[in-house]
Design a protein around this ligand. Structure first.
Ligand code: NAD
Ligand code: ZN
Length: 358
């Protein structure tokens, strides 16, 4: 293994309010004969104005993606099969939505060319062939899915991403106007995903100057948006979109930490969604991130958000065991958070006590 990671990034980035209007122009050179572009759009936008602004040509198709639950390998496989049956091949997949719709688009693009099931590729560097052209257009800011080399999927046996050099988007369109009407709670939870990425990266043992530079900038933007602003305005949307990008770049060269490792267990067992799950856990991590957790709580208060409590009440012994197994399996996250001797610090008893508090 080489000492320094040589990582693949997104090829093209456009940023600006209204940049969505350039989509037709951006996609034109990517069209292959009459093979269609497929727009995988978050189902929230069904019947809204955004789909009418999508530059459809020829056999292009809009598919609304059900993101009630986080993406599953089965859902990815079914979408890819549907497209292969209908069109044979496509020019590209354009994911428009939050982290879920963007992850679906990345995964479906890869499964248009790679044989088998997406579940076969959950892990690191298992994907062998480039997918079809793919673009990501966020309508919620925070996950960093727009810049990452993974697409997080729940499969038959695990919740794990397809991490590979073929996973990042070829193009992203960062248009903060698209996040304008996001519901306050959802916007906060996904925004806190970004804030937590910063804390976990900046307090981690994997930190280097590359991650630190992006992490500090993203953190500063989050602090401004969630602590200094009294009303949410366009400036907040502009800044949060860049915070998400920079937070994603920060963890690309470091790793996330305790909140994510514990939250993965919740999500696997209880289906708790990523943003809110991270908030539920962060609320109880004072021992690991004292300043970050104090500040997080100030953000929760200032923005008048309720963070659920008591979600692990009444779980059985087996259920606690299952969550702990998923969580402790996230070795790089724990090592980043607590160092090489993390197993001595985060014992099963300690983790169990933490889950019981949630
Ligand atoms: P999401 O995509 O799951 O969407 C949450 C809700 O917001 C959905 O109901 C959706 O319909 C709605 N929504 C989206 N945009 C909206 C808008 N503009 N207005 C109103 N409603 C809108 O939420 P998320 O927090 O962005 O993404 C979470 C997902 O991202 C999880 O599946 C998680 O695993 C994944 N994730 C991926 C990465 C990565 O690097 N690939 C990183 C972090 C999280
Ligand atoms: Zn996250």
């Amino acid at each position: 293994m080489a000492q320094f990671r040589n990582f693949k990034m997104v090829d093209y980035v456009v940023y600006g309010r209204g940049s969505f209007n350039q989509l037709d122009e951006i996609l034109a050179p990517q069209r292959k004969g009459d093979a269609p572009m497929i727009f995988l759009v978050d189902h929230f936008f069904e019947g809204k104005e955004l789909p009418n602004r999508i530059p459809l040509r020829g056999k292009d198709k809009i598919l609304f993606a059900d993101v009630t639950f986080e993406p599953k390998t089965k859902q990815v496989d079914a979408l890819a099969q549907q497209l292969k049956d209908e069109f044979g091949t496509v020019s590209g997949i354009i994911g428009i939505g939050g982290g879920s719709a963007m992850d679906l688009a990345k995964a479906v693009s890869l499964m248009m060319t790679n044989p088998g099931s997406s579940a076969d590729y959950q892990g690191w560097d298992l994907v062998k062939l480039p997918g079809v052209y793919k673009a990501g257009i966020p309508t919620l800011s925070g996950t960093g899915a727009e810049v990452s080399r993974t697409t997080v999927l729940t499969g038959p046996t695990r919740k794990l991403g397809m991490n590979s050099d073929f996973t990042p988007f070829d193009q992203i369109v960062l248009d903060p106007e698209l996040t304008k009407n996001a519901p306050v709670n959802q916007r906060f939870y996904t925004g806190m995903d970004c804030y937590i990425h910063c804390i976990e990266s900046l307090q981690g043992t994997y930190l280097n100057e590359f991650s630190k530079s992006y992490g500090e900038k993203a953190l500063q933007l989050c602090q401004h948006i969630f602590l200094e602003k009294d009303v949410w305005d366009d400036d907040c949307d502009n800044k949060l979109m860049m915070a998400s990008y920079a937070g994603g770049m920060s963890i690309a060269y470091s790793q996330v930490g305790v909140a994510h490792a514990v939250s993965y267990g919740l999500s696997y067992l209880l289906g708790t969604k990523h943003g809110i799950g991270n908030c539920i856990v962060m609320n109880h991590l004072h021992e690991y991130y004292p300043e970050g957790v104090d500040e997080f709580k100030r953000m929760v208060d200032k923005n008048k958000i309720e963070i659920p409590v008591g979600i692990c009440k009444g779980l059985t012994e087996d259920q606690f065991e299952a969550m702990m197994n998923v969580s402790l399996g996230m070795k790089p996250l724990w090592e980043n958070a607590l160092g090489k001797d993390w197993e001595k610090i985060m014992t099963r008893d300690k983790l169990r006590a933490l889950y019981e508090k949630l």
